[in-house]
Structure formats: C-alpha cells, structure tokens
Design a binder for this molecule. Structure first.
Ligand SMILES: [Zn+2]
Length: 120
C-alpha cells in the first residue's frame, strides 16, 4: 500500500521541511514521482527539476544549497575531529592491546589462586 501524496500533502510536507526556502508556484504536480519545477529562493537563477519524492528526501535539490550544506558539514566534521581527536588513536589501539590482558588474565588468576591455596 503506497501512501498517495497529492499536491497539497506535498506542499505541506515541503513547507514543514524547508519553510519558505523554495518557491512552488511553478510546479505542475502530476504525481509524487513525476518531476516538478521548483525554484530556490536563495538561488533563483536556476529552476530545480526534481521529483517531489526526492525533494522531500534530500536537501531540496538546489545544488548551490547542497554545496553550502556540504561545506558546513565538512567544517563541522573538522571541528569535531580537532577536539576529541586526541583520544581516538588510543581508542583505536584498544582492539590490539585488549587481546593481551584477556589472554594474560586467566593464567594470572590461576597462579594467584594456586599460590593462595598453597600458602593456606
Ligand atoms: Zn539554493
């Protein structure tokens, strides 16, 4: 059962997602998967031809907005990596070093309990 999304539903969802970033005045809505023409209000030089489905699933379809969005995401990623990044090398070593304590523990415990039994 596919949910049928008509023009009003699409416009409502688009408005919830993007607010007034895009203009939908020029769309000729046929179906959820038929491309429509959307205009980005920040970059009105170029019409966006995109299906309503993809418009709602992506950042909207404006490649200029997408580029800006990716730059922001990259800057955010760099900022995150610069912060707690110092601890990551230590965390990366864990899988290798974890094997040694795990292997050493049983014998160490056996020795301790053996000594304890003998001394008593
Ligand atoms: Zn844009």
């Amino acid at each position: 059962m596919a949910v049928r999304i008509d023009r009003d539903t699409f416009l409502q969802r688009a408005l919830e997602r993007f607010g007034h970033r895009y203009s939908y005045e020029e769309i000729d809505y046929r179906s959820y998967r038929t491309p429509v023409k959307i205009r980005c209000l920040d970059h009105p030089v170029r019409l966006i031809v995109i299906t309503p489905e993809r418009h709602l699933q992506t950042t909207g379809g404006c490649k200029y907005c997408l580029r800006r969005y990716r730059q922001q995401a990259m800057e955010a990623a760099v900022t995150v990596a610069a912060g707690p990044g110092d601890r990551q090398p230590g965390a990366a070593q864990k899988p290798g070093s974890a094997q040694q304590p795990g292997a050493a523990q049983p014998s160490a415990q056996a020795e301790v309990s053996a000594t304890a039994t003998r001394s008593w």
